[in-house]
Write a protein that binds this ligand. Sequence first.
Ligand SMILES: Cc1cc2nc3c(=O)[nH]c(=O)nc-3n(C[C@H](O)[C@H](O)[C@H](O)COP(=O)(O)OP(=O)(O)OC[C@H]3O[C@@H](n4cnc5c(N)ncnc54)[C@H](O)[C@@H]3O)c2cc1C
Length: 250
Amino acid sequence: MARAAVPGRLTWRVGTLAEARAETPTARTLVLDVPGWPGHLPGQHVDVRLTAEDGYSTQRSYSIAAPADGERVELTIQAVPDGEVSPYLTEVFSPGDPVELRGPVGGWFVWRTTAMDPVLLVGGGSGIVPLMAMIRARRAAGSRVPFRLIYSVRTPDDVYYADELRRRARDDAGLDVTFAYTREVPDGWPHPPRRVGVADVNTNGWPPALTPDCFVCGPTGFVETVADILVALGHDPRRVRTERFGPTGG
Ligand SMILES: Cc1cc2nc3c(=O)[nH]c(=O)nc-3n(C[C@H](O)[C@H](O)[C@H](O)COP(=O)(O)OP(=O)(O)OC[C@H]3O[C@@H](n4cnc5c(N)ncnc54)[C@H](O)[C@@H]3O)c2cc1C
């Protein structure tokens, strides 16, 4: 496993779609079989490369949604309207189809199951994906490290892994989950839609004195806002790890 975080050994591998499931009306989880997959750490991502019949090829980064499990790699993709890659992966890509993958990538935005400090996860939209890998890895390893998740979504229908999160918040001792809705709230919600702000992070995060490891992931603006809030609240910037889901490609 230690090798998984070492850069410079990445080769393209061909994976096959084993299974797909809808997470929301516009997001889909892909379970890929990738022969020779070396394993990965929670928080890492892969590069996915698609090549057309005429040889045109393009690649995008996608976080891995689940902890290492043999040669299986799980991704969750949000369809970006008019996007080049994500609509294909969410609407066209079918079981048995091949795709090229390279990874695992990234050695900083990772949580190790041997870590002992409390963890704050703050995710916006599809930014939940690598955080979910950490939540799942915590459970799989039997870790007792206290975890708090603040998950910002537009509407209740946009929540990824909704049933599993509800179940884990109930059954995984030491895991707290708080939702923030930016456009539409569930019936009976105590306040109108709003973006995550200082009060949310202060109330639902950890005090800086507990020296939590903070992981913030989502669209660039969301990540920068939340990281600034954490630092303003007194968290050590070296403990605030960020992953921006801005456009990638080439
Ligand atoms: C490290 C990393 C991990 C990522 N992990 C995930 C993941 O787990 N799940 C996931 O769904 N995406 C993830 N992304 C985003 C992903 O790489 C692509 O950017 C996204 O799928 C859009 O690609 P596309 O080809 O469909 O759109 P493009 O053809 O590249 O872009 C189409 C239009 O959408 C805009 N756009 C592109 N990307 C985004 C975006 N992310 N949000 C909003 N607008 C965008 C572009 O500016 C452009 O106007 C990750 C990005 C990074 C850098």
